[in-house]
Write a protein that binds this ligand. Structure first.
Ligand code: ZN
Ligand code: ZN
Ligand code: ZN
Ligand code: ZN
Ligand code: ZN
Ligand code: ZN
Length: 254
């Protein structure tokens, strides 16, 4: 009576995708890439309900704020776009790598940051360097008149002056923020799984760490909302089944 279609599991909508999504928990070793941040997908997520559609989002990507004021770009707020504004890809102004999923974008400046780069930690410690490295939003060589470029101390490639750097001023030591960076707070053990984004090996562990820090930042930014969602998800976990245990009472507007 109440409903004609057989509703097994509740679905939710997200403005980034035309089909309904439902809660999904990826297992270690699944090697799934999030359609939003394009990083490894581990843990709680939302997946497309259509059989032939691979669309899947981290829960934290599902919940990303529509707009963020970012330290790297104080002139304008950055707006979350669900696809690149310039065709099918963009270049991330933080890490210099391509993106084809979500971006935090300033349309006025054509400034783009991967959603995974937007919330990386402001300091990191790496085992092969004595001092903590601080995130800076351009290279130390920016504006130099002799045109000298900063060289990443890990991959030894030169870096365009507007890229972000993890930097130790004392030693003039710095790294890219993507696969060259090592994040503190490592998970004890990771499943294999190479990162899906081009950029060479070694991406996946830092990608996972980056996702972790993204989730952490999300927690801080929207703690209340997350707590609510978490409670719902926990309830589902506890029930051990999706059936009838969860009603999407509210819709997700951005
Ligand atoms: Zn994601
Ligand atoms: Zn779909
Ligand atoms: Zn990036
Ligand atoms: Zn701008
Ligand atoms: Zn590098
Ligand atoms: Zn140092």
């Amino acid at each position: 009576m109440a409903s004609k279609k057989p509703v097994n599991r509740p679905s939710v909508r997200h403005p980034s995708h035309n089909h309904p999504l439902r809660i999904f928990k990826s297992q270690e070793g699944d090697e799934i890439i999030c359609s939003g941040c394009e990083l490894d997908l581990i843990g709680q997520a939302f997946k497309c309900t259509k059989k032939d559609c691979d669309y899947v989002l981290h829960k934290s990507c599902f919940d990303l704020p529509r707009e963020t004021k970012h330290k790297s770009h104080l002139a304008h707020p950055l707006t979350l776009l669900h696809s690149p504004p310039y065709g099918h890809s963009y270049t991330c102004d933080a890490c210099g790598q391509y993106g084809s999923g979500f971006t935090y974008n300033c349309s006025e400046c054509q400034y783009d940051v991967h959603v995974g780069c937007a919330f990386i930690p402001e300091t990191v410690k790496r085992e092969d360097h004595d001092h903590p490295l601080t995130l800076v939003y351009s290279t130390p060589c920016k504006g130099r008149e002799d045109g000298a470029m900063f060289i990443c101390d890990v991959c030894e490639e030169d870096m365009s002056e507007n890229l972000w750097v993890y930097y130790c001023k004392e030693c003039d030591y710095g790294t890219h923020v993507h696969s060259c960076a090592v994040y503190e707070d490592h998970q004890p053990k990771k499943g294999g799984g190479e990162g899906g984004r081009g950029g060479g090996g070694g991406e996946s562990s830092s990608a996972a760490a980056r996702m972790k820090s993204l989730m952490k930042a999300q927690d801080e930014m929207a703690a209340m909302e997350m707590a609510m969602m978490q409670a719902q998800l926990d309830a589902i976990d506890a029930a051990g089944s999706y059936v009838g245990s969860w009603e999407p009472r509210r819709r997700y507007y951005w």
